[in-house]
Design a protein around this ligand. Sequence first.
Ligand SMILES: C[S@@+](CC[C@H](N)C(=O)[O-])C[C@H]1O[C@@H](n2cnc3c(N)ncnc32)[C@H](O)[C@@H]1O
Length: 288
Amino acid sequence: MSDPIDVAAETPGDGLPPLREVIATHGLDARRSLGQNFLFDLNLTGRIARAGGEIDQGTVIEIGPGPGGLTRALLGAGARRVIAIERDSRCRGVLAEIAAVWPGRLETIEGDALDIDVAALGEAPRRVIANLPYNVATPLLIGWLRHASAFERFVLMFQKEVVDRLAARPGTKDYGRLSVITQWLCEVRPLFDVNPRAFTPPPKVVSTVVRIDPRPQPLAPARMETLERVTAAAFGQRRKMLRASLKALGDAEGLCAAAGLDPTARAETIPVEGFAALARAVDAAGSV
Ligand SMILES: C[S@@+](CC[C@H](N)C(=O)[O-])C[C@H]1O[C@@H](n2cnc3c(N)ncnc32)[C@H](O)[C@@H]1O
């Protein structure tokens, strides 16, 4: 026997039909190629919206509204202005219906979020709140981090495995390039896990909602481009000592000495500040 559907838990009180009905009416069968795993649970969409903080100010940017479950939660929770970027043109009608219920508060951009300068959308403070399409989630985040100071907060759903890497501490197996670059620019707080059964269709893996708050200043001075090169070299050969893995960058022992790092250490034990020092050493050596 299938689970009884809790209609109350699927009707947000905005006068619009429940999400399952919306999907049937608009023929929005989920497409794997677009990373479509829809959320119907209002408790979950409400929790994600509230984690955004003061969304009654500035702009909320949602990537991939799909049939609009999270969009409706954001508007219902008082978002002043939501700009939603959706690639799937089948969602145009349903998003227009939501916009009509909240006049002047929802704008939809039809397109690929990877091609859009999200850091320039709407008025600050900008908060990106999204149940991300997993096939492009990490490249999207890395792109936004290049303009981290344009954003107040990110509340994002990723595969749990990605959040584990974003939040990993030195000395753990998940610690790597993504941990260093993200934590250099932002404070990362995993919020809660979401069971695959909460989605339609269920993905193969557990998901996690994470809050990522850009720091007023990066954790230590460095150029992001150089930090990316340094972490690529160091973690590209994570089992090797720095004196071997950093050879591609020049005099590896000299760079470690300038950065105050032990050349026999391995990348996974070096804290974020250590990589920033290494990036400064690379830039200083290059400018001599
Ligand atoms: C995981 S679903 C989330 C749907 C809805 N927000 C929810 O929570 O139920 C991801 C959404 O992102 C959209 N999408 C996929 N790739 C995209 C891209 N490159 N740019 C914008 N939207 C995209 C999909 O069409 C889908 O609606």
